[in-house]
Design a protein around this ligand. Structure first.
Ligand code: 5GP
Ligand code: ZN
Length: 115
């Protein structure tokens, strides 16, 4: 999609520190990390948010690829404990409207949020 920064990253049109890539998914370092490990995992295909993605006929195939990416990254980087976070919608902090999951490790966010 035009004017989408994450589509541009997925298409290698703008630079990013990619840590994982396959035919469906890319993972790269967040430009403003909030933890020692702060990665963004995205489908290459553009979905504006989790709800749009969850209605797609491709959701099963891409969900599997997203999970495989998390597993591979954790194995490669020796990560055993982490947060996997999606902000869906502007009212809940989403600022880039291409579906992404934050993989955050090295800071326990539950120490800062009361559930
Ligand atoms: P959101 O607030 O939508 O859940 O998260 C968007 C994330 O994307 C933020 O953590 C922000 O730092 C990151 N981000 C925004 N623009 C870029 C960029 O151009 N490159 C990279 N690597 N991360 C970005
Ligand atoms: Zn996009």
């Amino acid at each position: 999609m035009d004017n989408c920064i994450f589509c541009a990253i997925a298409e290698h049109k703008i630079p990013s520190e990619i840590v994982y890539e396959d035919n469906l998914v890319v993972a790269f370092k967040d430009v403003k990390p909030i933890a020692p490990t702060h990665l963004l995992i995205i489908p290459k295909e553009h979905f504006k948010d989790f709800l749009e993605f969850s209605q797609s006929p491709k959701r099963a195939e891409i969900s599997e690829a997203l999970m495989h990416a998390v597993n591979t990254i954790c194995e490669e980087q020796g990560i055993e404990s982490f947060h996997l976070l999606n902000n869906c919608g502007e009212a809940h902090g989403q600022s880039v409207f291409h579906l992404h999951f934050h993989l955050i490790s090295g800071v326990d966010l539950t120490k800062h949020i009361k559930f």
